[in-house]
Each structure stands twice: as structure tokens, then as C-alpha cells.
Write a protein that binds this ligand. Sequence first.
Ligand SMILES: *[C@@H]1O[C@H](CO)[C@@H](O)[C@H](O)[C@H]1NC(C)=O
Length: 224
Amino acid sequence: MASGGTFRNLLLVLPLYLALASLVGGEASRRFWIENDTFRKDGVPFQIVGGDVHYFRIVPEYWKDRLLRAKALGLNTIQTYVPWNLHEPEPQSWKFKGFTDIESYLRLAQELEMLVMLRVGPYICGEWDLGGFPPWLLTIEPALKLRSSDSSYLSLVERWWGVLLLKVAPLLYNNGGPVIMVQIENEFGSFGDDKNYLHHLVQLARRYLGNDIILYTVLSAHTF
Ligand SMILES: *[C@@H]1O[C@H](CO)[C@@H](O)[C@H](O)[C@H]1NC(C)=O
């Protein structure tokens, strides 16, 4: 009888212990990184099955429906661009509500247990007007050299990312959010090869997002 009681106690205690262990270890082990050419999530190898679902092309009322459909297709990760021109339609007129409420979109993806790869540009291409550049950039004199290390252009990128990346930082995976990677620029090689520009963007991203975030870029097929 005594040993039966002990056994029963063990059965009761074990799940409790496991639950506590995952609770205590949970935050500390929440980490996404690359090791030996393998994505690792919370210590175990992870295969990304991703696809693009762009919040700004969908009315917020349908976000959940679209994300659930993507999940039903087998996706575990969503990519989205961030269009600068919708978030700053006039200089410093920041828009983050309604269909530009990117934070709500990212949190919704997390609620639905999907990860996010965020494509912040600043140039996104994305079959979007001027690749997401606000049109007012073209009215500035002397003319900006877009997508280059032109200091006037870069200072406007810094102002924009200073607003955007502060919102993104708490949503990084290692900080408790869904964002596992952040994309810098898009198809840049096919346009120019100003390496200083890319280095500047990387430094800027790291200033707000830290050294652990995985940064990536995307080249177009005809770059190779
Ligand atoms: C990665 O490779 C190194 C060198 O072969 C090895 O020591 C390490 O354990 C590997 N890491 C994982 C997570 O497999």
C-alpha cells in the first residue's frame, strides 16, 4: 500500500514538475538562432515553412481569416513587407492604426502560433508604388540619392526606422514576440552595389534590435 501511495504521488508530482520546469525554463530558453547551417528554435532544429501575407493589402477585419488560411496551407511563418509610404505619408505624420497597425498584426500572428520574418526595406519593391518610398522624398532639394549612403537620404531612413524599430524590438522572438528574422533592403544587388549603404542599414537595425537578431536580405534571380 505504501509503495502504491508513493507511486501515485509520483504520478501527480511529475506533471506538475514538468509544467513548472517549462514555466521556469520557458523564458530563458526562448531563442531563435542559426547553428551549423540549421535554424534552431528553443534549442531544437526548426524548419521554416513561410509565405508572404501583407497586412497593408488586407483590411484588418480579414487578417485573422487570411492568417488562418495560410496556417491551414501548412505555413508556420509569415513574411510581410513594411511600406514606409503608408506609415509616413507626410513627413513625420506617423500612421500605425487600422490597416497600418503593424503591431496588432504581428501579435495576431503570434496568437495564431505563427512566426514572422519582417521585411523592413526601407525600399521594399513589393509591387508597391515607388517600392514603398514616400512620394515626398522626391520633392526634397537637392534631390536625394535614394538607396545609397547619401547622408540626407540616410537621415530620413534613420528617422523612420527610429520610430518603426522601437515598435519591433519587443516583438522579436528572443524578447517574447513572433519575429525571428528581419530583412534589410530588397533585391538591392540588381539596382546598385553601394556596400556602405547596406552596412549602414545593418548598423542601424542592430542599434534598435540588438546583435542577436538574424538579419537577411533577398537578391533577385538576375543578380546571379
Ligand atoms: C555544431 O558543430 C560543432 C562542430 O562540429 C559541434 O561541436 C556542435 O556541437 C554543433 N552544434 C550542434 C547544435 O549540433
